[in-house]
Design a protein around this ligand. Structure first.
Ligand code: 5AD
Ligand code: SF4
Length: 441
């Protein structure tokens, strides 16, 4: 029995691609190995969120190199965004790598493993969706469904259009069929994935489809009780999508709406194609239709040219919106992007750090305040397992995407009602409602 080991870096899209890699390897008869040194195929699914390969990745790769020295027949593969951004240079930098492939090129890995090629190969052209490959889900009741690849935006800081290419939507019926298959296997929650999910469907022929139509179709799938998606772009956040949250029972009360900056001047330099006013207008529309909706965001601090005044506008938007949580990033130039070429107005590192600290303070304070609205409510929680900090308690997720730690009887994959007693900026704590379990709600 041959064995594989996969290490994943980066975003959910990469996690999902790794599940496909594992599923594909298992369908070829491979089994998971707990450690790299026990594996016949050692894979890395990489991210280019940093300009240079991060030290964790380099350390892992060094280890794989030692394994290969001891057992030369071991196959070492590097996939994902970082591999894509370097292409064949991967082999020049790391001669012990046998196969390199871009994001989503999982089927190429299969081709390589099943051929009797002895020479190193790189695969970087997009050819099709991995959606039809089997996957190996890390959680039995949650599934990721890729609905598009690539991105047609031109954000000046972002490497994604280079690594993941032009936007292509997956056929509508294929997405719905995959959700039906997942439901038949016991999945209750799906997350629709794409670099810009709400631009979905415009490129489909003969007939265009919309993202809102897709939400309706997935909501109608029997057995799927929660639908999430990531990431949308504020410019494509149309009223029909917001209304889907208000009217479709399975579409969760959570929207991730990347802000990036609160300053219209910086947004323009970032080529985000919306300004502060339009962004806040989207937020107002969400609050109007789905008053209780959780809002989360991504923010970049220290973009070239960002003044104290610009940064203050980011803080103002955070105060005003009151995000339920936010991913905050310090700007870092990525090879080949427009922003990496800017030489004027660069923000010194200590200033970036100081702004980041102030931003995190506002984000956390507002998240903490916002979370108090849940205290005293009885909320639906999808049980994931035991609590990470206290094994006598359970852990799950609310529809608002909050982690909930609680005492109760639920099994993984079960939807239970939990009475919320306490809330921090990050998590909720409570007790399963026994009345609800007994059928009294
Ligand atoms: N520097 C810092 N943050 C970045 N992001 C994307 N590119 C960069 C960059 N060059 C952040 C954005 C995006 C998130 C996934 O990563 O906030 O939404
Ligand atoms: Fe994901 Fe972007 Fe990292 Fe690629 S570069 S893995 S798309 S976060």
């Amino acid at each position: 029995m041959k064995r594989y080991h996969v290490t994943t870096f980066g975003c959910q899209m990469n996690e999902h691609d790794s599940e496909r890699m594992k599923g594909m390897l298992e369908s070829l008869g491979y089994q998971a190995a707990a450690e790299q040194q026990e594996a016949d195929v050692i894979l890395f699914n990489t991210c280019s969120i940093r300009e240079t390969a991060d030290s964790r990745f380099v350390a892992h790769l060094g280890h794989a190199k030692r394994v290969k020295r001891e057992r030369p027949e071991t196959i070492i593969g590097v996939g994902g965004c970082w591999a894509q951004s370097l292409k064949d240079e991967v082999f020049a930098q790391f001669p012990f790598v046998d196969v390199a492939f871009g994001p989503g090129q999982v089927h190429k890995l299969a081709e390589f493993l099943t051929s009797d090629s002895l020479t190193a190969q790189g695969f970087f052209e997009f050819e099709g969706f991995a959606g039809d490959l089997p996957d190996k889900r890390t959680r039995d009741h949650q599934g990721w469904v890729q609905i598009s690849v690539g991105c047609n935006c031109n954000c000046s800081y972002c490497i994604v259009p280079q690594t993941r290419g032009r936007e292509a939507s997956r056929p509508f019926d294929g997405v719905v069929a995959e959700c039906e298959r997942l439901a038949s296997e016991g999945v209750r929650e799906v997350t629709l994935l794409g670099q810009n999910v709400n631009a979905y469907g415009r490129d489909l022929r003969p007939a265009k489809r919309t993202f809102a139509e897709l939400l309706h179709a997935v909501d109608a799938v029997d057995g799927i009780e929660r639908v999430r998606y990531t990431s949308p772009h504020p410019k494509d956040m149309k009223e029909d999508v917001i209304l889907a949250h208000a009217t479709l029972p399975s579409v969760c009360e959570h929207i991730h709406l990347p802000l990036q900056s609160g300053s219209s001047r910086i947004l323009k330099a970032m080529k985000r194609t919306y300004n502060q006013e339009r962004y806040l207008d989207r937020v107002a529309l969400i609050r109007e239709h789905v008053p209780d909706c959780a809002l989360t965001t991504d923010i970049i601090v220290g973009f070239p040219g960002e003044t104290e005044e610009d940064f203050q506008m980011t803080l103002d938007v955070c105060e005003q919106v009151g995000y339920d949580s936010a991913f905050t990033f310090v700007f870092s130039p990525r090879r080949g992007t427009e922003a990496a070429l800017i030489t004027e107005g660069l923000v010194p590192h200590p200033v970036k750090v100081e702004r980041m600290e102030r931003l995190v303070e506002v984000v956390q304070r507002r998240a903490h305040e916002r979370a108090q609205r849940f205290v005293g409510r009885t909320m639906e929680v999808l049980v994931e397992g035991t609590s990470r900090t206290d094994p006598s308690r359970l852990r799950g997720r609310s529809r608002h995407n909050k982690t909930v730690n609680f005492t109760g009887f639920g099994q993984p994959g079960e939807l239970v009602m939990v009475e919320i007693e306490r809330a921090t900026s990050q998590t909720l704590a409570g007790e399963e409602s026994l009345l609800a379990r007994a059928g009294v709600r």
